[in-house]
Design a protein around this ligand. Structure first.
Ligand code: CTP
Length: 215
């Protein structure tokens, strides 16, 4: 199972909070999984991308939708890759009608969204669990903390404050950190190639005797 793209947290029917994720990394992972003859379940936030034809694609909008879709489709999955840029907060209330600008300022109260990866880590049984760490500073430290806190098998640490890699770019530069303590640095490369490296690493850690399901 692969999650991809941003989530949208609606304030009113025409406005939302989100982030610049385009879904390219998650879609590249799903394509790589399918290209190797495995089944991919792609849980995708809103993107402009075409899903790989052989993937089972589940479109979602909000973090709550993504949370639901992941857990409804988890049975039988061999690996979960959370590549989505999930919004950590959502508006505390959702206005049914468009909010009018009849006031000088507007205060928006936010509340926490579920941390899907953290829940997956707490209840982990047979699946191999991979997260992405989107960082602007102290990349290795923050990624290491997330690896441990979320009980992951691998985390892909990448910077999201550069124009030539990360959000929206066709390229990325990353460090793969494994729970066994090993690290693997991937110099700037295409997201397609990075996806292949990540998928190959996962396959080398799980039983490849049978076709797998990724979520
Ligand atoms: N993630 C998640 N649910 C959330 C937030 C994040 O499942 N509500 C997942 C992401 O898909 C990613 C990993 O957790 O695989 C790390 O996400 P990141 O945004 O780097 O960090 P956070 O855990 O949100 O922590 P912080 O924003 O404080 O850096």
């Amino acid at each position: 199972m692969i999650t991809a793209g941003p989530t949208r947290e609606y304030i009113d029917p025409v406005r939302f909070i989100s982030n610049p994720s385009t879904g390219k990394m998650g879609y590249a992972l799903a394509s790589s999984v399918c290209a190797r003859g495995h089944q991919a379940i792609l849980v995708s936030g809103p993107t402009c991308l075409e899903a790989p034809r052989r993937a089972k694609t589940i479109p979602v909008i909000s973090a709550d939708d993504m949370h639901r879709a992941v857990f409804e489709n988890l049975q039988g999955v061999d690996a979960v890759i959370m590549a989505a840029a999930v919004s950590d907060f959502k508006p505390a209330s959702h206005a049914r009608l468009k909010i009018k600008k009849d006031r000088a300022s507007l205060h928006l109260a936010l509340k926490r969204n579920p941390d899907i990866l953290h829940v997956l880590g707490k209840m982990k049984h047979s699946y191999y669990l991979v997260g992405f760490a989107a960082e602007t500073d102290h990349v290795m430290l923050h990624a290491q903390q997330k690896l441990l806190k979320k009980n992951l098998d691998m985390i892909v640490a990448n910077r999201v404050d550069r124009e030539d890699t990360g959000f929206g770019s066709d390229f990325n530069e990353a460090v793969l950190l494994f729970k066994e303590g090993k690290n693997k640095r991937i110099a700037k490369t295409s997201k397609t190639r990075l996806a292949d490296v990540v998928v190959r690493e996962i396959l080398s850690h799980i039983d490849r005797g049978q076709p797998s399901h990724f979520c």
